[in-house]
Design a protein around this ligand. Structure first.
Ligand SMILES: [Zn+2]
Length: 487
């Protein structure tokens, strides 16, 4: 009897301790949002600026997978257009053309002790046909308070926004204390090697190191986090790596009427099935943990309690995130079989079968560790595994959420968009900034544009457009960012 009394008492005590710990952690889980600084108003001629973005959209700077698919006359036309549109910027900044169409501009600072900063945005856009668009993709139509067309969000909006800001400041007689660099590649949508890749090489040769780098990647969005109805400014502090592994197997060919038990296609199908059955383990890395730390306190109870107590609810959260592809991708290296090839004819046995599996690598894994795991899981010496040449990137380092650069970026967002909550996060895709990882420890992927969750699909999809008000904020943001970087 006494034993049971003690056992029940101990269990009750343990429950009380857990409840107390959960309550204490929830109470201590305070908002990380800083007080919005007082907003400085700039007299931007937004109609003229919107007109210039509209013109920029009309120039079809579409990138293609090899050089022959580019119409480079469009890129030349775009460069001339930029020169005409931003005369003060062109008169003030030094411009270099890298690898024919990459643009690198520098605005020399007065204090050589201050490290320069780098603002990036790419010139190229993905192709678009008229189908499904309310206004044709290269019309640059201004209607319903928005500028419509391919590139308005990805990424001509940012590029033009940065140049509008520089033009504004140059006209105003602003003199930067630290050097401001602008870099713009022309093939981001197909890997960025020729544009941003070559610009990064050029900067590396000069031994340059940047205080911070800002490139596209994340934006200000709404409707993406449960219990937070308002805007969230997501800052990408890291991006996933990228590798495609080709699996291949050879077999004897012959007539399909007398097949072996397993054909080359069958062998590969088994290998792929094994891979899909064993996804990479789910993990909370730095960016995921930082996201919860920033968003959790803004959420209503009990979600807030859950995020405050990941020591207890971590597995529950992992299961929730794993249920949807978009959130699942934030907690593991993903496995995506994308291509499969066997025989050319239905009644001939394949002598060679190949498949391609695309992996987006989470921080903590590497191209090497992914290859090793894949080899082990497949466990079949008949399957040859090799990385496809081309776009191969290790996961990026994680940029800090403390220190001057992050604080300044955070404050600039809070000033220009005081209704938005700031939160660091992981970028699931790849951006041009991946070439610059060794040029600054502070690499932030953020475009100050407002995109509702329902509009996210318009990027690379149909009806891409930006609200004129949002574009105005974007210009103000870059003006403020440059002046704050120099104060
Ligand atoms: Zn882009």
């Amino acid at each position: 009897m006494l034993f049971w009394v003690i056992a029940v008492s101990l269990a009750a005590l343990a429950i009380i301790i857990v409840i107390a710990a959960v309550a204490a952690r929830t109470a201590a889980f305070k908002s990380k949002q800083t007080k919005a600084p007082e907003k400085v108003d700039y007299s931007i001629d937004i109609d003229a600026a919107a007109g210039r973005l509209s013109q920029a959209v009309k120039i079809k700077t579409v990138s293609g997978h090899d050089r022959s698919q580019f119409d480079f006359s469009q890129f030349s036309a775009f460069h001339s257009f930029l020169e005409q549109s931003f005369p003060a910027a062109h008169a003030t900044l030094e411009k270099q053309v890298i690898n024919s169409y990459g643009l690198l501009c520098s605005w020399k600072g007065s204090n050589p002790d201050l490290k320069p900063v780098l603002l990036m945005a790419h010139q190229d856009v993905v192709p678009a046909s008229d189908e499904g668009w309310v206004h044709p993709p290269f019309s640059g139509r201004i209607a319903d308070g928005r500028i419509w067309g391919r590139g308005t969000l990805d990424d001509k909006g940012s590029l033009m926004g940065i140049l509008e800001a520089v033009e504004y400041l140059a006209k105003d007689g602003f003199k930067p204390s630290r050097s401001i660099y602008l870099a713009s590649g022309f093939d981001e949508e197909v890997g960025g090697k020729e544009g941003a890749g070559k610009i990064a090489e050029h900067l590396r040769k000069q031994g340059l190191e940047f205080e911070y780098i800002i490139d596209e990647g994340m934006a200000v969005t709404q409707g993406v986090a449960p219990g937070i109805p308002g805007w969230i400014a997501l800052i990408g502090i890291a991006e996933k790596g990228y590798v495609s592994l080709e699996l291949s197997t050879e077999a004897e060919g012959g007539h399909a009427a007398q097949p072996p038990r397993q054909t080359a296609v069958g062998i590969l199908a088994t290998a792929i099935a094994r891979l899909q059955a064993k996804p990479f383990p789910a993990r909370f890395t730095g960016p995921a943990a930082a996201l919860f730390d920033y968003l959790g306190p803004e959420m209503p109870f009990p979600t807030k309690m859950i995020f405050a107590n990941m020591w207890l609810f971590g597995d529950l959260v992992k299961r929730q995130l794993a249920a949807k592809p978009v959130t699942d991708a934030s907690i593991r290296t993903t496995t995506a079989p994308t291509q499969f090839r066997g025989s050319d004819q239905d009644n001939i046995l394949p002598m060679l079968a190949t498949a391609v599996i695309n992996f987006r690598i989470l921080q903590g894994d590497t191209i090497e560790s992914v290859s090793q795991r894949v080899t082990k899981i497949i466990g079949d010496p008949r399957v040859r595994i090799r990385p496809l040449a081309g776009n191969v990137f290790e996961p990026s380092p994680v940029s800090p959420t403390s220190g001057w650069s992050f604080g300044m970026l955070n404050d600039t967002i809070r000033e220009i968009m005081p209704d938005a909550i700031v939160a660091p996060t992981l970028v699931l895709g790849r951006t041009d900034s991946c070439y610059f990882a060794d040029l600054s420890p502070c690499c932030y992927r953020f475009a100050p544009e407002r995109v509702r969750s329902g509009e996210l699909a318009s990027i690379h999809g149909v009806n891409e457009s930006i609200a004129i008000d949002s574009y105005g904020e974007m210009i103000s943001f870059f003006i403020r960012l440059i002046t704050s970087s120099c104060s």
